[in-house]
Design a protein around this ligand. Structure first.
Ligand code: MCA
Ligand code: AMP
Length: 483
C-alpha cells in the first residue's frame, strides 16, 4: 500500500489492452488514456482548480486523470446541472477552466446545445478535451495532502458544499477496498454510475485505474447493460440492484460474476435475497459518505448479511453515540468515525467543517447505526429528515425548497423524502402556490438544478402546517396520496 496516488494510477501496465477502458460504448487502452490525460495536464498545469463536465465519457476520465497528474484539484460538474447549480459550483469552487469533450464544446459554439459550456452565465474559459491529443507527463507527484477532488454535496439547508478530498484519502480508501473485496488486475469492473460522485468516479474509475483492472462503464446503469458488460466485479446503488432483480433474465446473466457490490443507500433485504436467488451470490454491502469515502464493508472472504454494512476498513475507527436522554447502554445512536479516508474540510466553510466534528475529533456522519456483538454495523436511519437519498443521490430539502421559491407562483414550499420502492425515497414537494401546475414546477426544478433533484410529485396546500411559533412542521404534512 502506498499513500502516493499516482504510483499505480498512471503507470503503464504490462498487459495493457486496446479496450482497457470502455465508457458508453467507446474504448481506449490505458496508454492512450494516459497520453490524453498528459495533454490535459500540460494545458491546465498551474490552475488553482478546474471543473470537468462529468458526463459518462472517456473524455471525462481523461480530464480527471489529467487534473490528478498536474496536481490541480478537479471539480466534477453534473452534466445536466441547470444554471443555479452550475453557477454555484463554478463560483464557489473558484475553478479557472471548464474541461469538456471537444464535441460538446463544438456543439455549444455552434449554438446547438446549451449545456454547461454553452449559454454561459458564469464566465469561464472552456477547454476541449480531445482523446487524439497525446503528451507524456513526468512531473513529480504532488503531496499526498494536496486536494485531488472537490465534490459538491448537499446539506440540509442552502446550496451544496464543496468537499475537499485529499489524494491521501483516495489512495487509502482504494487500497482498503481492494483488500476487502479481493480486487485485482484479473477483475473487470462493470458499472454505469454517474462520474460526478464518489461511487462512480472514485471507486468506479480511479479504483479500476489504481488496481489495474479493465473498466466497462455502461453509460447508464440499466439491467440490460449490466447483463451485457461481462464484468467480474459490479458496482450498483440499491435502485439499480432492485431493477436488476425485477429483470430476472438480466440478473441471471450475472451468475458468472465474482462479486456484486451495493452502496450509497440501504439495500432492501428483498433485493439482497432476490440477487442471491437469481445470481447465486450474496451481494457485498458497503457504507460511505462523500466526506469520509467508504468506511465500512462486508468482505469478499467473509459473511454477507442482509441489512449489514460489515466492519470498519483498515485504519477506520467507529463509535456509536446515543442521543442525550437515551437509555443507558443503548446500542443505537449516531455513527461517528475517524480514519485515513476523511475529507480535509468544506471549501471556504470553516464553521460547517468544525460543526461536522465532535470536540474530541470524531466525524459526525448524521447516520443512526447499531453495532452487533460480532462487530457488524447496521445503518438504521438518518438523524435529519432534510437529507433525502433518492436513487442513491443525496439531495438537501433546503436546496429544492429554495429552487421552488424562485418560481414566481410559489409562496411557500416544504420538501420531504417519501419511502419509494424503486428509488428508496422519492422527493415530494408541498407548496402553497398560484398559477403553476405540478408539471411546470417539476420541470422548473429540473432545469435550475439537476434532473435527479426534481420533485417527482407536487402536493398543493392552502397553507403549510406550522407550530405555535409559526415554524413549518414537516411531520404534520399529510401523506402525499391523502390530498
Ligand atoms: C425526466 N427526465 C427529466 C425530467 N423528467 N429531465 C429533465 N426534466 C424532467 N422533468 C430525464 C432525466 O434527465 C433522465 O434522462 C431520465 O429522465 C431519467 O432520469 P432519472 O429520473 O434521474 O432516472 P432514474 O431512472 O430515476 O435514475 C435512477 C438511477 C439514478 C439510474 C439509479 O438515480 C442514478 O444514476 N443513481 C446513482 C446515484 C449515485 O451514484 N450516487 C452515489 C453518490 P437521461 O436518461 O437521458 O439521463 S456517492 C455516495 O453516496 C457515497 C460515497 C457512497 O456510499 O457511495
Ligand atoms: P453521499 O454524501 O451522497 O455520499 O451520501 C452519504 C450517505 O449515503 C450516508 O450518510 C448514508 O446516509 C447513505 N449511505 C451510503 N451507503 C449506505 C449504505 N450501505 N446503507 C445505508 N446508507 C448508506
Amino acid at each position: 500500500m502506498s499513500e502516493v496516488l499516482l504510483s499505480s494510477l498512471a503507470e503503464p501496465l504490462t498487459g495493457d489492452r486496446p479496450d482497457a477502458l470502455s465508457v458508453a460504448g467507446r474504448h481506449c487502452s490505458r496508454e492512450e488514456l494516459l497520453g490524453a490525460a498528459g495533454a490535459v495536464a500540460a494545458r491546465i498545469a498551474g490552475a488553482s482548480a478546474v471543473a470537468v463536465r462529468a458526463d459518462a465519457s472517456l473524455e471525462t476520465v481523461a480530464a480527471v486523470v489529467g487534473g490528478l497528474l498536474a496536481g490541480v484539484p478537479v471539480v466534477p460538474l453534473p452534466p445536466d446541472s441547470g444554471p443555479a447549480e452550475r453557477d454555484h459550483i463554478l463560483r464557489d469552487s473558484g475553478a479557472e477552466l471548464l474541461l469538456e469533450a471537444a464535441e460538446a464544446v463544438t456543439a455549444a459554439v455552434a449554438g446547438d446545445d446549451l449545456g454547461p459550456g454553452g449559454g454561459v452565465a458564469a464566465a469561464i474559459e472552456t477547454v476541449p478535451v480531445d482523446l487524439r491529443q497525446r503528451a507524456a507527463w513526468s512531473k513529480a507527484e504532488p503531496s499526498p495532502d494536496a486536494v485531488a477532488l472537490i465534490l459538491y454535496t448537499s446539506g440540509t439547508t442552502g446550496a451544496p458544499k464543496g468537499v475537499l478530498i485529499p489524494r491521501r484519502a483516495v489512495a487509502a480508501d482504494l487500497d482498503a477496498l481492494a483488500e476487502a473485496w479481493g480486487w485485482t488486475p484479473d477483475d473487470t469492473l462493470a458499472h454505469g454510475l454517474p462520474l460526478f460522485h464518489v461511487h462512480g468516479l472514485v471507486l468506479g474509475v480511479l479504483g479500476a485505474l489504481r488496481v489495474g483492472s479493465p473498466l466497462v462503464h455502461t453509460g447508464r446503469p440499466t439491467p440490460q447493460a449490466y447483463a451485457a458488460a461481462r464484468g467480474s466485479l459490479y458496482f450498483g446503488v440499491p435502485t439499480v440492484w432492485g431493477r436488476v432483480v425485477r429483470d430476472a433474465a438480466a440478473a441471471r446473466e450475472l451468475r458468472g460474476a465474482r462479486l456484486l457490490v451495493s452502496g450509497s443507500a440501504p439495500l432492501p433485504a428483498p433485493v439482497f435475497r432476490g440477487l442471491e436467488e437469481l445470481t447465486g451470490q450474496r451481494p457485498v454491502e458497503r457504507y460511505g459518505m462523500t466526506e469520509t469515502l467508504i468506511t465500512l464493508s462486508t468482505r469478499a472472504d467473509g459473511e454477507r448479511r442482509p441489512g449489514s454494512v460489515g466492519t470498519p476498513l483498515p485504519g477506520v475507527r467507529t463509535r456509536i453515540v446515543a442521543e442525550p436522554g437515551a437509555e443507558a447502554g443503548s446500542e443505537i445512536g449516531e455513527l461517528q468515525l475517524t480514519g485515513p479516508t476523511l475529507f480535509a474540510g468544506y471549501l471556504g466553510r470553516e464553521e460547517a467543517t468544525a460543526a461536522s466534528y465532535t470536540d474530541d475529533g470524531w466525524f459526525r456522519t448524521g447516520d443512526i447505526a447499531a453495532i452487533d456483538p460480532d462487530g457488524f454495523h447496521r445503518i438504521v436511519g438518518r438523524a435529519s429528515t432534510d437529507l433525502i437519498k433518492t436513487g442513491g443521490y443525496r439531495v438537501g430539502a433546503g436546496e429544492v425548497e429554495n429552487a421552488l421559491l424562485d418560481h414566481a407562483g410559489v409562496r411557500e414550499a416544504a420538501v420531504v423524502g417519501v419511502a419509494h420502492e424503486d428509488l428508496g425515497q422519492e422527493i415530494v414537494a408541498y407548496v402553497v402556490a398560484e398559477g403553476a401546475s405540478e408539471r411546470e414546477l417539476i420541470d422548473f426544478v429540473a432545469a435550475r438544478l439537476s434532473a435527479h433533484k426534481r420533485p417527482r410529485r407536487v402536493v398543493f396546500l392552502e397553507e403549510l402546517p406550522r407550530n405555535a411559533m409559526g415554524k413549518p412542521q414537516k411531520r404534520l404534512l399529510p401523506p402525499p396520496d391523502a390530498s
